[in-house]
Ligand binder design. Sequence first.
Ligand code: SF4
Length: 163
Amino acid sequence: MKKITGVMIYYYFVCKRKLWFFVNDITMEQSSDLVAMGKLVDETSYSREKKNILIDENINIDFLKEWKVIHEVKKSRKIEEASKWQLKYYIWILKHKGVAIEKGVLDYPLLRKRENVFLLEEDEKRLEEIRKDIEEIILLKSPPQRIKKSICRKCAYYELCYI
Ligand code: SF4
């Protein structure tokens, strides 16, 4: 079974079909202008902080301040729910490794905004359920249905889903 990564948690909230493409190694993100822009934000906004820390090959943290605060850099607040859960998952993984993280921070450098994210007790139960759901999605023989939302037009898999 594949390790559940932060990106998988993010895609779980964005679109389960997208998650299925991703876990089946159907990746088209490189050609997306939006992803390129996201990388640009990532590379330019926080150059003095520790960046892109890979832990256990399944979580890739944008940066970590004094091992107490995890930062995740995003370019827009459109899919904020997914970003929050991705960050909660990172806090949860680190907690299980004995690292007590105080909080997560979602950074939106283009909007000049940031939001604190905390891992609550009920979140931990929800994360267990999400992980089980993702394991089931990984085992599906074909992708889940299209979600038919406005975000589809900016999704890297748009052509695969609609054309
Ligand atoms: S285009 Fe829409 S339905 Fe298809 S993977 Fe992307 S978000 Fe999901």
